[in-house]
Design a protein. Structure first.
Length: 279
């Protein structure tokens, strides 16, 4: 390494050691100034990954418009104070995309995020409720808002929500009497056996959904689901008789003695027991 003078500036020394040019932004003030004077093109290039001082300068830049604000909201390093300034700007928060970006950002002050979440669409709330990058308190509010609004949603909205919603929202939808909603729940990756049992035992579950559940390759083979279906008088008789054929002797005895089970199920269980193991 070549000798250096004690008085030589550090920047050139680092440049020689690393083979990189010395940084021109060694102080937050210079970064802020650059953000304040940047062109619209530079803002669009830098905002999504720039440091906090640059972002603070950008907020004072006349070139900053809605598109640039959306890019800034993608920057996970944006500090709470800066996000609060954006949240307090009525011109920007009139835009749906800006409201969504603020609610989704982990650093947005919770009071601002929760306030803006009240003005979002159900599809936005569904995405927020399952987004682990969003503050837990905001996700819970999104879930509660969806629960409160679910009865007023159009059928298409409920079906879309059922396909992807969180476990807490599955609990709000599984008592639905709308077959399309319940079928959509069956394909939700967060749907669990307890949900299937709840639908299988529902006093208002449509018969065609009970038939679908009985024939489902994932849920129709589970003992708890099968027993719930057999005890439900709304389960179509052909489906119930098919289920009986796959029950264990212990469960057949219980069904034959269960006074609350439909009579056709009790009789079918008794006949299956009389036929013996090979019957």
């Amino acid at each position: 390494m070549p000798a250096t003078s004690r008085d030589e500036p550090v920047g050139p020394i680092l440049s020689r050691v690393t083979n990189r040019p010395a940084s021109k932004e060694t102080h937050p003030a210079s970064s802020r100034a650059r953000g304040r004077t940047a062109s619209a093109a530079e803002l669009r290039k830098c905002l999504a990954s720039a440091p906090a001082p640059y972002l603070a300068g950008a907020l004072e830049n006349a070139e900053l418009g809605p598109d640039e604000v959306l890019l800034l909201l993608r920057n996970r390093a944006a500090p709470a104070a800066l996000l609060a300034r954006i949240g307090g700007n009525g011109e920007w928060t009139r835009l749906h995309e800006v409201k969504c970006g603020l609610v989704r950002h982990f650093n947005t002050p919770p009071a601002i995020a929760r306030g803006l979440a009240r003005h979002l669409y159900s599809r936005d709330l569904a995405e927020i409720a399952e987004d682990v990058r969003v503050r837990p308190a905001v996700r819970r509010q999104a879930e509660e808002s969806l629960k409160a609004d679910v009865e007023e949603m159009a059928l298409g909205e409920k079906v879309s929500l059922a396909r992807r919603c969180s476990g807490a929202l599955i609990g709000a939808l599984r008592d639905s009497t709308e077959a399309a909603v319940l079928r959509a729940l069956l394909g939700n990756g967060r749907f669990v056996e307890a949900d299937a049992v709840r639908i299988a035992s529902g006093a208002k579950t449509p018969g065609d959904v009970l038939r679908t559940l009985a024939e489902d390759p994932s849920w129709g083979v589970r003992r708890a689901v099968r027993l719930a279906l057999l005890r439900n008088p709304r389960t179509p008789v052909p489906s119930a008789l098919r289920l009986i054929r796959g029950m264990s002797r212990r469960d057949l005895v219980r069904l034959a003695e269960d006074r609350e089970a439909p009579r056709i199920v009790r009789v079918g269980a008794e006949r299956r027991l009389a036929d013996g193991p090979g019957g």
